[in-house]
Design a protein around this ligand. Structure first.
Ligand SMILES: [Fe+2]
Length: 119
């Protein structure tokens, strides 16, 4: 639960190092994913069409925020994109071996799988 009555909550005595900043950004990224989950769950839990529409609209905005934090991590950390691409490649390989896979592979991450499909 937020502690809005404490004016010093979140105030730190110094600037963060790069390592501390990147860990903070990972927490910020996790918070965006948590927000998406909460808003989508609340939208599914109501029959009020306006509330559902607003909640799902905000959930999409949080997904944009998650993308911003992810991009920021990719800029701040030299090998972040390499590890993300490695993970994407591993899932792409599993997707190719999975029958009835209904999700399309992302074309934003080049992989051997993507290159095979484009030929
Ligand atoms: Fe957000």
């Amino acid at each position: 639960m937020p502690e809005f009555t404490n004016p010093f909550i979140g105030v730190v005595p110094r600037k963060m190092t790069l390592s501390e900043l990147t860990r903070a950004i990972r927490l910020d990224l996790a918070a965006e994913h948590e927000a998406v989950h909460i808003y989508e769950a609340h939208a599914e839990a109501t029959d009020n069409e306006l509330a559902k529409k607003v909640l799902l609209d905000i959930a999409e905005e949080e997904r944009v925020h998650a993308g911003e934090f992810l991009r920021l991590l990719n800029i701040l950390i030299d090998d972040e994109e390499k590890f993300l691409a490695q993970g994407a490649d591993e899932v792409n390989e599993m997707a190719e071996d999975t029958p009835n896979n209904t999700h399309q592979q992302s074309s934003s991450v080049l992989s051997i799988g993507n290159l095979k499909k484009s030929n």
